[in-house]
Write a protein that binds this ligand. Structure first.
Ligand SMILES: Nc1nc2c(ncn2[C@@H]2O[C@H](COP(=O)(O)OP(=O)(O)OP(=O)(O)O)[C@@H](O)[C@H]2O)c(=O)[nH]1
Ligand SMILES: [Mg+2]
Length: 228
């Protein structure tokens, strides 16, 4: 077969849009939160909104398979004004909408920027999934993978792309460790082995420190984003 024209390939969204738009303004930093069902993603999003909303212009996109449950929780808790919370109903495996066909999520992110922007930060929560779910770099600039101690202290050892490659691994619900017999030191050792120098935050949203370490990490990412 002879081709006398350029071959074009479908756009695969392997990279997010550039930080600066053509008019010189900076788009919001997008951070994805993924992880197994019930690990504490929405609770972490809610706590991050409360910790950061006074200083930052923020918005949230939630993903649920068949409902708007997570967005409704965030609305009920009034973590942000309602127009800053958007829900995507994936209708399929949650990872599809954050990795393979990200169009509904990109649309939600862009619409938020248009309607309530300028924004500093957009948090995108994936629907609860398994250990293999990761976000496309075309959708988010950084990703947090949330697991919890009640899911078993062998989860970090089991690896998978979320545990090994996420920009931040959060081990949530440390307050429950004594009740479920999870060994936090073992989890820390296994996580370090899987992740090398990538950071890990142990968190209890029931404790005094709450989301503060993760909020600190988000602030660091934002500071780095502002000078790109
Ligand atoms: N004890 C304890 N419970 C927590 C903590 N964080 C979250 N939870 C509870 O764990 C349950 C699940 O939390 P969610 O934030 O809904 O979990 P999720 O990962 O968003 O769940 P899906 O979106 O359904 O996958 C809720 O009842 C939370 O209140 C924590 O640090 N300690
Ligand atoms: Mg949730």
């Amino acid at each position: 077969m002879h081709l006398d024209h350029d071959v074009t390939y479908p756009h695969r969204h392997t990279h997010s849009a550039a930080p600066l738009r053509t008019d010189g303004t900076r788009r919001a930093l997008r951070i994805g939160l993924g992880g197994p069902v019930g690990s504490g993603k929405t609770a972490t999003v809610a706590a991050l909104c409360r910790a950061l909303r006074a200083d930052l212009s923020m918005a949230v996109v939630t993903n649920d398979i068949y409902t708007r449950e997570d967005a409704e929780f965030l609305l009920r808790e009034a973590v942000l004004p309602p127009e800053r919370i958007s829900a995507v109903e994936t209708g399929a495996c949650p990872h599809t909408a954050i990795r393979d066909d990200i169009s509904a999520n990109l649309e939600a992110v862009e619409e938020l920027e248009e309607t309530v922007g300028p924004l500093d930060l957009i948090l995108v929560e994936s629907g609860g999934d398994n250990l293999t779910a990761t976000f496309s770099r075309g959708l988010v600039d950084a990703q947090i993978f949330v697991i919890d101690v009640a899911g078993g202290d062998d989860i970090p050892r089991k690896g998978g792309p979320g545990v090994t490659t996420a920009d931040l691994l959060v081990v949530n619900k440390t307050d429950l460790a004594p009740y479920v017999g999870s060994d936090l030191e073992r989890m820390a050792r296994d996580a370090a082995e899987q992740r090398g120098d990538l950071p890990v935050a142990f968190q209890s949203l029931r404790g005094a420190e709450g989301v503060a370490p993760v909020a600190g990490w988000v602030r660091e990412r934002l500071a780095a984003w502002a000078v790109r």
